[in-house]
Design a protein around this ligand. Sequence first.
Ligand code: NIG
Ligand code: FE
Length: 390
Amino acid sequence: MTTMLLTNIGELTTNVERDGDPCGTLHDSALLIEGDRVAWVGPGAEAPSAGDAEVIDAGGRALIPGFVDSHTHLVFAGDRADEFEARMTGTPYAAGGIRRTVAATRAAGDEVLRARLRAFVAELHAQGTTTFEVKTGYGLTVADEERLARLAAEVTPEVTFLGAHVVPAEYAERPDDYVELVCGEMLRACAPHSRWIDVFCERGAFTPDQSRRILAAGVAQGLAPRVHGNQLGPGEGVRIAVAAGAASVDHCTYLDDADVAALAGSRTVATLLPGVEFSTRQPYPDARRLIDAGVTVALASDCNPGSSFTSSMPLMIALAVREMGMTPAEALWAATAGGARALRRDDVGALAPGMRADLVMLDAPTRVHLAYRPGVPLVHTAWVGGRTVA
Ligand code: NIG
Ligand code: FE
């Protein structure tokens, strides 16, 4: 078993609440890794003797839990830079653009998709993301959704079946037949590779009734629910998610008081995806209102070729702080512990004995630099399960 002692950590974010600080911040501390787990965390002066452990001097740098990106759409082919360019000169974002990526993805072989996926994983690691979810949703036939779920499962246990991303062109005139397919044959093909069921509950995608039906079908097959809701306008997405006991409802850009109250009284996390508002030039969700109401907030990238083609969690933190009224500490927590809650994971998102040794050493003295130095690559080293990945 490999052991590693990190010493001289200038600022350590543990996310184990301490004296009213949800980030459980320690200074001048040390951390011991045994195998793939954190074995000890505490003041440097009390660190266990190194023995055979490899000693790494952090040189006063900040150390944080690896980012948990609970919302990505990384299995796809094609490019939609032209759509982005048009949007920047005034064409609004519409859910229908998904169909373009569906056509390109169906035409791509497994090897092409696999190579792109692996490149994305390297991109995520290089930016400090150590746990990530991946959705299907660009296949939308039984065979294509099955292969996207299977390919995603090669790189993460957090696979989400999103056959209900948009109604594909060939079903445009008979959407209920498509819902039938999603809830039946497509779900049965994808469930063995998936942990989650998701639905895009939005005008132009799936109606509230269809959404409820799809979530219930997934739950009946042993999948746990999560929802895309309230992205492009007000709607029932949030309340459907809460009623279904969803782990998370994602976007939450247009909320009324009843939505906020429903979230506050539930275990459903509100996952905010500010890369979308940045890339579609829309108003940002009101994180302050959610946090002040007692809602658990997560930040995720929503990395996808249409509405947010970035995998950078540091960018999400910078946007959350600059544009959404979150403090640097709240944003860091939401991008790590919040993401873990959104995936109902208790082994990642914090640094304490027994947790997986997923951590990032920043080339910076404090986590504030993630928002203070936007766009600057600050990941010095990233470890997943005690192994260096970047
Ligand atoms: O999360 N909301 C639905 N899906 C993506 C957009 C996907 C696309 O435009 O290709 C999202 O924003
Ligand atoms: Fe999404």
